[in-house]
Write a protein that binds this ligand. Sequence first.
Ligand SMILES: [Zn+2]
Length: 316
Amino acid sequence: MVKRLKCPLCDGSDLKEIDIIKSTDIILLWKKRNINVSNLFRGNNFIFKYKCQICGLEFFNPFVSGENKFYSELGKEDLYYLHEDKTEFVYSSQYIKEGDRVLDIGCGCGAFVKYINKQVVYTGLELSSKAVELAQKENINVVKKTIEDFSKENKYSQDVVVTFQVLEHIADIDKFICSVILTLKQDGLFIIAVPNNKSFIRNAQNNLLNLPPHHLLHWDETSLQYIAKKYHLDIVDIYKEKVTNVHKTWYYSTQISNHIRSLLGMSTKSVNRAFFSKIIQIISSLLSRVAKYSSLHSKKDGHTIVIVLKKVSEHP
Ligand SMILES: [Zn+2]
């Protein structure tokens, strides 16, 4: 148990250390993708992962988060900003009504707007200049602004605020959520989609996109529900995506390697660069090519979880 450190969501200090990662291991894994993150980890030889025993949030400490250069290099791989064909887009669009004012935080190129088949007033907020430029070329209303700045100028103005695959990157959760609540109208909806830490992805070792400096927080149903409790919001619905066709090979290779490790009495770690672990990974990848023809995955929890919250009082 660690006493001094506090949970970024509930401010509690009942934290359990669940993993320790060598910064050099993360740096080496990124290096294979030709991205140099060593500057971001300067002064931090180890990154610790904690699970809050009160709200269930899992988070890394110290917070090592990406800077502009990191995201522009990552953007080049088209891994991050494409945001196309996500089930959360289809699911969330059902909550949007004709004439609604819709705010999309961390909208990338504004891909979500194509899923809203109604006349709405759409605003996207995005910090990547490249993504803003691409959106504006397509006449999508995307501006380079933080939610904190936007909310001060647009209080009680939005019917629906959506944020897809963003909350896992945010260091100051309280400031972010308070700003969203400020910009929402009474009875407005706040829709959050994040990677589901209770799904198979928690078993994926060396999953760089789910580690610092990319992701700082790991959410699940319990920690998302805690947001409603803390900020006095109503829970309208929770939607857990099942494993999609895009992720099925990854699902099977992750679950097979996790099974082999447990048979051998080995634990699953966030980062594992051991030779034997690589062998298990190769075997699992080969087996997943056969396993993907099964339909088992379609019944299992997939990458994303969505919560729909409603602002029921004027102040949090
Ligand atoms: Zn907590």
